[in-house]
Design a protein around this ligand. Structure first.
Ligand SMILES: [Zn+2]
Length: 68
């Protein structure tokens, strides 16, 4: 760690969690995963990470790319 400042540990933890999860953001307060679609920017939410991956796949295939 090169940063000598000690940030808010909660914010730091959330930021690390976000970075690790490849664009998926866990909303601790809602208890949901969320992300913005890379194509159209639509917010996608799901209760688990497994579900959000499926939801995103479904969304990109059926809603963004129309079956490509
Ligand atoms: Zn989309």
């Amino acid at each position: 760690m090169m940063n000598m400042e000690i940030p808010d540990p909660f914010a730091n933890f959330v930021a690390r969690k976000e970075r690790r999860s490849n664009g998926f953001i866990y909303d601790w307060f809602a208890g949901e995963w969320s992300m913005n679609c890379g194509c159209c920017g639509q917010l996608i939410c799901a209760p688990t990470k497994k579900t959000i991956i499926r939801t995103r796949l479904y969304h990109t295939r059926n809603e963004c790319l129309n079956g490509y």
